[in-house]
Design a protein around this ligand. Sequence first.
Ligand SMILES: Nc1ncnc2c1ncn2[C@@H]1O[C@H](COP(=O)(O)OP(=O)(O)O)[C@@H](O)[C@H]1O
Ligand SMILES: [Mg+2]
Length: 151
Amino acid sequence: MPEEIDTGPLVRAALRRGCHIFLPRVTDYRRYRMQFVAFNGRLRRSRYGISEPQTGRVLPARQLDFIFMPLVGFDLQGQRIGMGRGYYDRALGYLLRRQHWFSPPRVGVAFDCQQVLQLPTRAHDVPLTAVITPTGIRHFPRPMASSGTPA
Ligand SMILES: Nc1ncnc2c1ncn2[C@@H]1O[C@H](COP(=O)(O)OP(=O)(O)O)[C@@H](O)[C@H]1O
Ligand SMILES: [Mg+2]
């Protein structure tokens, strides 16, 4: 999205290193669901204006080695705010229901000016493992397992 950092250079750098890239593709605009689809070099613009693969192998989120997430804002506790539809929270919601599932590490990709002191969060918000900005990388300690049941 225009306000978010461009992940294109990251994708190209990873491809040069022989990584397999899976990109999100929205599968349900009403229920805000997406899948991770193998990138084969061909992309098509979605109705959100986001470039997506149309066809390709689909991998469950838990089988990805890392997930790089653009964002609107993040805070010093590793909380993330997205475009306000909860696509990534839904795709990764299993992490909140299982105390011992930590994969994949969730790496925010952001500008420094997107950092705020503290974001208001709710039980469904999946926190970041780390964030990368033009000035560096910040790791977040793993939060205590919550006792509540996420929405
Ligand atoms: N795992 C989930 N299950 C059900 N609803 C969810 C889930 N994650 C988010 N939502 C809903 O989606 C909406 C948007 O989520 P929000 O966290 O505000 O967006 P974003 O993370 O994109 O900034 C919220 O109303 C929230 O209740
Ligand atoms: Mg959220």
